[in-house]
Design a protein around this ligand. Structure first.
Ligand SMILES: C[S@@+](CC[C@H](N)C(=O)[O-])C[C@H]1O[C@@H](n2cnc3c(N)ncnc32)[C@H](O)[C@@H]1O
Length: 264
């Protein structure tokens, strides 16, 4: 029998959601008290969101989405976990922030999406759950207005390579059973499926779907202490310890959907 990997992952993300919601790492109380979950990389790269429409793909339970709303963005979040979307709506009510949360697998959403946004935001641990990056990039492109921007801030595949995991893309997923990355997540054991995506695949998928790459940045730190072997070298910057040379842990891509040149 064929395993439905999207369904496998959706069940696991449902289970992860309540654990994450209670975790120190996500600090929901801090957010409810007026804080922001956004980190230094996205805050320095995604600027001037006030009054802009922003689509957050794979928004989890909406902390970042609503943090953008706090900065004045008109936000929409999409995630396939019903529990995550329920929590996102709960947070929206409790904070009286505005926003729309859609519960959908991004591939199903791509089939029906018609809305256009100024910004598409995707961050930290999103792409490895996706088997088909071309369909993801098609969704990004069709969701952007002319001159609208994608901001992708993602964990760097160099860390996987460092851990002996595959780097290049593959059709078959990597299946693993583990807890989750928050400090309270060891008790959970769920099977999940992931797909590796090298930087070349991400960039080529975007270019192939009409997105011009404005920058690619790499960072030797993660703002989250969510991997084995990290230490906080500076406040909010978790680096790999015991390495002679730093390895990149996060990368960011800004891409623009260019309009057709006049006269074409
Ligand atoms: C690591 S989280 C992203 C974290 C995010 N940066 C945040 O704001 O917390 C990955 C998210 O992707 C979602 N996801 C995974 N595969 C998906 C799919 N095919 N369609 C929609 N959401 C998906 C999961 O439910 C989960 O909320």
């Amino acid at each position: 029998m064929m395993v439905d990997y999207i369904e496998l992952n959706q069940k696991a993300w449902d289970e992860r959601t309540s654990i994450h919601f209670r975790s120190k790492m996500y600090d929901v109380d801090g957010f409810l008290n007026g804080g922001s979950s956004l980190k230094e990389i996205e805050l320095s790269e995604v600027r001037d969101v006030d009054g802009k429409t922003l689509l957050h793909l794979q928004c989890h339970f909406g902390l970042d989405t609503l943090s953008w709303a706090r900065k004045g963005a008109i936000v929409t979040g999409v995630d396939f976990s019903p529990k995550a979307i329920k929590k996102a709506n709960e947070l929206k009510e409790r904070t009286a922030l505005q926003g729309e949360f859609i519960c959908a697998d991004i591939y199903a959403y791509e089939q029906v999406a018609t809305s256009k946004f100024d910004i598409v935001f995707v961050s930290y641990g999103a792409l490895n759950w996706l088997p088909d990056l071309n369909a993801w990039a098609r969704l990004v492109s069709k969701s952007l207005k002319e001159n609208g921007c994608l901001h992708l801030i993602e964990f760097h595949p160099a860390y996987d390579l460092h851990c002996g995991e595959p780097y290049f893309s593959q059709v078959a997923p990597e299946i693993y059973e583990s807890g989750t990355y928050t400090e309270n997540g060891d008790g959970l054991k769920m099977q999940m499926a992931t797909w590796p995506h090298p930087l070349s695949e991400v960039i080529s998928a975007l270019i192939g779907n009409g997105i011009t790459i404005d920058h690619l940045h790499e960072f030797p730190f993660s703002p989250y202490n969510c991997f084995e072997g990290l230490e906080e070298k500076e406040t909010g910057r978790f680096c790999l310890k015991n390495t002679v040379h730093p390895i990149p842990l996060v990368y960011s891509i800004k891409g623009t959907k260019k309009g057709k040149p006049s006269g074409v």
